[in-house]
Design a protein around this ligand. Structure first.
Ligand SMILES: [Cu+2]
Length: 650
């Protein structure tokens, strides 16, 4: 629903974004957060599997080589390392509580203490154990200690060319009491290397791209959830399983997103945040709440590590109708090795445990321990993103220049989703560039509300704000976010009356002359049409039918009514071409209205004219002789994503 003015801005915006892409406008992350090495003495291979501070401020690091090192004065230039324990089986998580360490080895959760006070562990007690078959990929993580003292651990799937649950509870999150009683919590995990709680105490785990996992993601875990990988369902028949789904319930349904699978099985839990593969990171790791105000203007938000990209991302979330969703944003890159573990130090700086053994990382060192310190200078960032009934509200850490922040050419928005299938990863699918219909900048300059029509549930929204500047003319440090949409709140929508295209909008060509639009029944159809079909436009950029079936080669009369308050058209296109034709229609730019948004393409078989509100068009055509799922689509800019259906030729 673009006015002429918006068309001009849209074209401008396409031009500007390519200029921005070439200009080094990004401010330096290091001006706000500095990375500082904790010097590791020669001979210690500190592949940081887990980090935990005791009450004295001493840091303990468990390593993938089976040691635990305590580090006194880790913020000093000469910290003291003591080997506290050794001989553990690749511990990948460490926690500290009441004078004892809790460490997850491959096959058990272990309680470790120094009883005689000599600085070295002398007490090792199994809290709970689980079987292993010895597959290299059977990693175990945790524990996360809950406020009630119970502990959460997660068990990685094995790998045999695909994720496989080769021993009991692989692919699960388990809750274990200090007395060693275990209850399975949730299943469907593949490589759950990171998990943590938010400010409300809700638990989130991160997943890496892989089989059945289209891209990195973070999912809110509640008892009884199935989060996507079917292998762990091998154990759902166990008497204490809270999940009733079976492996047979999950089939490889190409082209179907995890979000839409939820409609089949309510136990399916789609992620609260997708981390688009390569665009944001490639291997999500630890999750840590920013639980204090000494780390910049992001208290209450989450930090998520990325092993392969040697960086840390920031996550903002909100709960809509009881369901979490939110966005990931870049935060700080440039660590020396693969970022695996995060922990707050006593000085409220962030300690980052790193390793890249087995998985190469951007930071080339084999292992590292670094601190991230806030310089005290507030970065100009997107502070938060909140869903609106009709778009997004972006909040900034500093007042913006209201003129540029109110200009649609300062932003670009696209949406897409991922396939849910057995294959390793998913391409970005169903990508659409979305128009922004209107922007309202708050009087204080601290937020901007972006109106985006036709939001799609289960999709990821790439939001770029490359043109936004603060009052000093500086751009955002990171003008990029990916928002995962699970719910749209009810509520009053923005008044669009000034911007709506009403009937008889000028410049609309309502009588397109084209050989693909036959508006009079051909004289040769002496017995009339063989099939008559009728379609209506529906509010919300939809057709009233998603499927129409006709016989191959039949003579069809198609009536398209537009009782809606927007302008629409209808194109019948070859199978699988609706996305591209929709994009080509947008690319017509200023010519679009004159051409009825009908791209000059062989893939467009038939079409109507552009229909203003309360008008209709009747076209006659012969159905293709080749059976198949042809598509019909409205190519008015911004509509093609949702306004489409299948013309099934049998
Ligand atoms: Cu339309």
């Amino acid at each position: 629903m673009f006015s002429k003015r918006y068309f001009i801005l849209y074209v401008l915006f396409i031009g500007l974004s390519s200029i921005y892409a070439q200009t080094p406008l990004l401010q330096k992350e290091a001006d706000y957060y500095t990375i500082n090495k904790v010097p590791i003495p020669e001979g210690i291979v500190l592949e940081g599997g887990g980090l935990a501070f005791d009450e004295s401020g001493k840091l303990a690091v468990c390593t993938r080589r089976g040691e635990i090192w305590t580090i006194a004065n880790p913020a000093s230039s000469n910290p003291t390392f003591v080997r506290f324990a050794q001989g553990l089986h690749e511990p990948l998580g460490l926690a500290y509580k009441d004078g004892e360490y809790y460490c997850t080895q491959r096959a058990e959760l272990t309680r470790i203490a120094d009883k005689n006070g000599d600085g070295k562990a002398d007490s090792f007690r199994k809290v709970y154990g689980w079987p292993l078959v010895g597959n290299y990929h059977e990693y175990s993580y945790g524990p996360l200690i809950l406020p009630n003292g119970n502990m959460m651990v997660t068990l990685n799937l094995g790998w045999i060319g695909r994720g496989a649950s080769l021993s009991k509870w692989r692919g699960w999150m388990l809750e274990i009491t200090p007395e060693g009683e275990m209850s399975p919590v949730a299943v469907g995990m593949r490589s759950p290397a990171g998990f943590g709680a938010n400010a409300e105490g809700d638990i989130f785990y991160t997943e890496n791209q892989g089989d059945w996992v289209g891209s990195g993601r973070m999912t809110h875990i509640e008892k009884g959830d199935f989060v996507g990988h079917p292998e762990g369902l091998k154990w759902s028949g166990e008497p204490d399983s809270p999940v009733k789904l079976t492996m047979a319930d999950i089939s490889d349904t190409l082209g179907y997103s995890l979000y839409s699978y939820k409609e089949k099985h309510p136990a399916v839990k789609p992620p609260s945040v997708w981390f688009p593969h390569t665009l944001m990171g490639i291997s999500t790791s630890d999750v840590l709440l920013i639980d204090h105000d000494k780390f910049g203007p992001f208290q209450g938000q989450l930090l998520v590590g990325d092993q392969g990209h040697s960086k840390i991302m920031r996550v903002v979330q909100e709960k809509v109708d009881g369901v979490y969703q939110g966005a990931c944003l870049p935060f700080r890159k440039g660590f020396s090795s693969g970022v695996l573990r995060l922990a707050w130090g006593p000085d409220q700086s962030l300690y980052v445990g790193q390793t890249n053994r087995g998985w190469a990382s951007t930071g080339k060192e084999r292992y590292a321990l670094e601190r991230l310190n806030f310089t005290g200078k507030i970065p100009f960032e997107i502070q938060n993103i909140n869903i609106q009934p009709d778009g997004f509200l972006l909040t900034f850490t500093e007042p913006v220049d209201k003129t540029v922040a109110g200009d649609v050419s300062s932003y670009s928005i696209s949406d897409f989703t991922y396939l849910y299938r057995h294959n390793y990863g998913s391409p970005v699918v169903d990508l659409e560039k979305r128009g922004i219909q209107k922007i309202e900048v708050a009087a204080d300059g601290l937020s901007a509300r972006l109106y985006v029509e036709g939001l799609r549930l289960g999709y990821v929204y790439e939001i770029k704000a490359e043109g936004v500047q603060n009052s000093a003319g500086k751009p955002l440090v990171h003008p990029l976010a990916y928002y995962t949409l699970n719910r749209i709140p009810a509520g009053e929508k923005m008044d669009m009356s000034e911007h709506a295209d009403h009937a008889n909008a000028d410049g609309v060509n309502t009588d397109i002359v084209s050989p693909k639009r036959i508006t009079k029944m051909p004289a040769s159809w002496t017995d009339g049409p063989e099939e008559s079909v009728e379609l209506n436009a529906k509010a919300g950029m939809l057709f009233d039918k998603n499927l129409i079936t006709v016989k191959a080669g039949s003579k069809v009369k198609l009536t398209f009514n537009n009782p809606d308050d927007m302008i629409h058209n209808l194109l019948i296109v070859k199978p699988g071409t609706a996305n591209r034709i929709g994009q080509e229609a947008v690319a017509l730019g200023l010519e679009g209205q004159e051409k009825g948004f009908i791209p000059d393409s062989e893939d467009v078989m038939y079409h109507t004219t552009l229909l203003t509100p309360n008008s209709n068009d009747v076209i006659y055509f012969e159905a293709p002789t080749e059976p198949g799922d042809y598509q019909y689509v409205c190519t008015f800019p911004g509509h093609a994503a949702s306004m489409r259906g299948i013309l099934r030729v049998e």
